[in-house]
Structures are given as structure tokens and as C-alpha cells.
Design a protein around this ligand. Structure first.
Ligand code: IMP
Ligand code: MG
Length: 419
């Protein structure tokens, strides 16, 4: 029998972000009270601008109130009592905030671009709130001083799923601008390869552009790639044929990572592989099992698209089995749905971002931004980066470009202010 638990929790909760849903629900009230859908047939009842001003004021007030609740939560975090904050009671899944969020100003900024308050039939949506949160985060980072480290996911964030970062990608000049301004860059991708050549193939557009740019060599070295989530580190190297050089593990591994035993790694991958094989059999997937040194996954044959439900089921079964195994309690791992494959990696992106911070001399989470597309609580790999730093949740490479333009614009405004 399909129980309520299975429908409501197992199938839905992991596909929702509770903070975003909660904000969306709060914004629904002014939408219901102030939007004017009847104006379509009563054109003189209220002017559009009047309605929009009214709605905007109410939306903005709510965002200000949420901003205050987050500040209160941060005060509790500092006192070690974050479990008792009012926000925690309202949204139990909220964790650590590395910075305040300038939600009021971010709402006004996004409203000027998305005309949320002008809408009469479509309430503030999940995507509106997601983008407001991203803007609030970058506003706060920029007001708090220079952004010291930006880490990017690869697939869907910098280039389309399964594709490469080619020379025509408009994200390239934006990343070069960050490097020029002294921001360190880490590409923290799940794609796990042991050789520089494979990363060059995926990222050559950016690496070639950086190589021929007139950015000083010292700054060029501020680009690293962290592959397999937290397993292989490469640094930009102008003299190497692939423009990348392997960084020995001792230069970036965190102390806790030194405790990861080879025997545990093998054991965890064995458990994961067995779980994946079982799912492939039960769901009749024509999948190939791919076992690597630090990962195991299922990949489709050329031209085959796995059903979304099968991918999700596979992740959730595998994740549960690993969570319940003794080795899964000793060793961090990440099981995720890559769009048309499922992988289990040793470690996760929180370790990947922390390792980048360490490599660059111990940068802080409140000065680091991770940009990614996978922020659902289960079966998504960027989610864990929230443990290490501030984050922005984008939905396409075009949104990453927009976000970087926003950073540049806000940065310029900030510099004008301080001049
Ligand atoms: P990301 O979005 O940059 O984190 O890349 C995720 C994608 O990398 C996955 O969906 C896979 O298609 C691909 N991939 C290649 N090798 C690995 C691996 O060893 N672990 C996980 N994903 C991998
Ligand atoms: Mg991705």
C-alpha cells in the first residue's frame, strides 16, 4: 500500500527546499491581497503602478522581516544556541548562515528586473525566491569585503550537462575578470579523472583563454580544479601541455581526510556497487557499471535516456544502504543523480571546497561562494557545499553568467561608494 509517509516524505521532501517554500508561502499573502486580476476586465479600477507599488511595499516588508529572523539566527549561531532560534522553529531544516542576507535590497533589485510586483496572476515563485536569495547572498559578500574564493560546479553550472567549456562560452571573460581582481577560483566538479588531459578536454576554453591573457602569472596560478568532488587537485600551469599540473595530496588534504583508510574506501565502493547493481536489475536499466579508484556509477549506453524516476530511485536506495552500512558511517560519501547517470563518490563537495580554502592559505566560508545547480537535500552534490561556505543556486549556465554580471555590477557600485 502507498502510505502517506511514502507519498509525502519519500517522494516529495527531498525535492523541496524548505526555506524557499516557506518564503514563497509568506509572499503569497500580499499577492492574494494586493494583486488585481480583475483589472483585466475593469481597466479603470486601479492603475497598474499603484497596485505594483502597494504590492512591492508589502513584499519588501516581508523580506526585511525574514532578514531580521536570519540575523537573529546568526546571533544564536554565535552563542551556540542556533537550535533555539525562531527561524529554526519555523524552518527546521535551516543550518548555518555564513553571512547575513540582504533580502530587502535583493528583493528590490530583482523586482526591478523581474517585475514580480506587477504580476496579477502569477504569485512569487520558487525561481523568484531562489534568485532573490542568490542576489541577497552576493550583495552581502560584496558589502563584507572582497570575494576571496569562488568555486564553481562544472556540468549545468559552467556548461551544459555532459558538455565541455569551449572557447565560445561567455562565462570565460567573467571568470577572468574575477581572477584579475584577485578572487581565487576553484572548479569543484564531481567529474573524477586522474589525468590532467581529461580536465583539459572538459575545460580547455577557459584554460587557453587564461593562458594567453595578460593577467600576471602569479594570479593565473589562482585557478585550481578539484575533481571527483574532493579527490584530485590540479593547478593552472602555463608550461604544462594540458595547462594543468597535478597537486600532490599532501598540499591540500585536510587532517580529517588523512584518516580515510584505503580499505574503507574499497569497502564503501563495494557496498555502493552492489546497491547500484541491484537497482539496475530491479529497474531493468540497460546501464553500464563504471568503477573508478574513488567512485562508482551507472552510465547509459549511447543514445539512451534513463527515466527520471529510475535515477531518483537508484540514488535513494543506494544512499539509504550506504547510510546504514558501518563503513558509510566512518567515511563521507556523496550519492547523486547526474541527470542521466548516478554516481557515488568518496567525500563530497563540502570537503572539496574546504580543501580549496586550505590550498589558498585558509580562506573563510564567509568569503567564499560556491555556485552550483544541485541543491536538493537528497541525490544532489552541490548541497553539501553549504557546510563549507555561502552558495548560489543556479539553474543553467546562462544564470551563472547573470550572477557573475551581478557581482561585477555590485562590485563597481561598492567601489564607487568607497572612492
Ligand atoms: P558536476 O556537475 O561538475 O559535479 O559533474 C557531474 C557529472 O560528472 C556526473 O553527472 C557524471 O556524468 C560526470 N562524472 C564523471 N566522472 C565522475 C565521477 O568519478 N564521479 C561522479 N561523476 C562523474
Ligand atoms: Mg552540476
Amino acid at each position: 500500500m502507498t502510505t502517506r509517509y511514502r507519498v509525502e516524505y519519500a517522494l516529495k521532501t527531498h525535492r523541496r527546499d524548505q526555506l524557499i517554500e516557506w518564503i514563497k508561502a509568506l509572499l503569497a499573502t500580499p499577492f492574494v491581497l494586493h494583486s488585481q486580476p480583475t483589472a483585466v476586465f475593469e481597466p479603470h479600477k486601479d492603475t497598474m503602478d499603484h497596485m505594483a507599488t502597494n504590492a512591492q511595499r508589502r513584499y519588501a516588508e516581508i523580506m526585511r522581516d525574514i532578514e531580521e529572523l536570519i540575523n537573529d539566527h546568526i546571533a544564536h549561531q554565535k552563542a551556540g544556541t542556533h537550535e533555539r532560534s525562531k527561524l529554526k522553529l519555523l524552518v527546521p531544516s535551516v543550518a548555518t548562515f555564513f553571512t547575513p542576507l540582504l533580502l530587502h535590497d535583493a528583493f528590490v533589485w530583482q523586482d526591478q528586473r523581474r517585475f514580480i510586483s506587477y504580476r496579477r496572476f502569477v504569485a512569487p515563485s520558487f525561481n523568484d525566491v531562489r534568485l532573490i536569495l542568490n542576489t541577497a547572498q552576493v550583495m552581502s559578500l560584496i558589502r563584507g569585503g572582497p570575494l576571496e574564493l569562488a568555486t564553481f560546479d562544472g556540468d549545468v553550472t559552467l556548461y551544459d550537462d555532459g558538455k565541455s567549456l569551449t572557447e565560445d562560452n561567455v562565462v570565460i571573460p567573467r571568470i577572468l575578470r574575477l581572477i584579475e581582481n584577485g578572487t581565487r577560483i576553484g572548479i569543484v566538479t564531481a567529474a573524477g579523472y586522474t589525468e590532467a588531459r581529461r580536465y583539459y578536454e572538459r575545460l580547455h576554453g577557459l584554460l587557453d583563454a587564461l593562458n594567453v591573457s595578460d593577467i600576471p602569472t602569479g594570479l593565473k596560478h589562482n585557478l585550481i580544479v578539484m575533481g571527483g568532488e574532493a579527490n584530485y587537485c590540479f593547478r593552472f600551469a602555463e608550461n604544462s601541455p594540458d595547462l594543468l599540473t597535478f597537486v600532490p595530496r599532501k598540499d591540500w588534504l585536510l587532517d580529517e581526510m588523512l584518516l580515510w583508510e584505503e580499505s574503507d574506501i574499497t569497502e564503501l565502493l563495494d557496498v555502493a556497487e552492489a546497491a547500484l547493481r541491484d537497482c539496475v536489475k530491479n529497474l531493468r536499466l540497460p546501464a553500464q557499471i563504471l568503477r573508478k579508484e574513488r567512485a562508482v556509477g551507472i552510465i547509459p549506453p549511447e543514445g539512451v535516456k534513463f527515466p527520471r524516476e529510475s535515477l531518483e530511485e537508484t540514488v535513494m536506495v543506494t544512499q539509504k544502504i550506504l547510510e546504514m552500512s558501518p563503513v558509510g558511517r566512518r567515511l563521507p560519501f556523496c550519492a547523486f543523480n547526474g541527470g542521466n547517470d548516478v554516481f557515488v563518490d568518496i567525500g563530497d563537495k563540502s570537503w572539496g571546497v574546504l580543501a580549496c580554502q586550505r590550498f589558498f592559505g585558509g580562506l573563510e566560508g564567509s568569503k567564499t561562494l560556491h555556485v552550483g545547480d544541485q541543491f536538493l537535500s537528497a541525490g544532489a552534490n552541490d548541497f553539501k557545499a553549504r557546510l563549507a561556505c555561502t552558495t548560489a543556486w543556479i539553474a543553467s549556465p546562462a544564470e551563472t553568467v547573470q550572477l557573475l554580471d551581478e557581482i561585477a555590477e555590485l562590485d563597481e557600485m561598492q567601489q564607487r561608494k568607497t572612492r
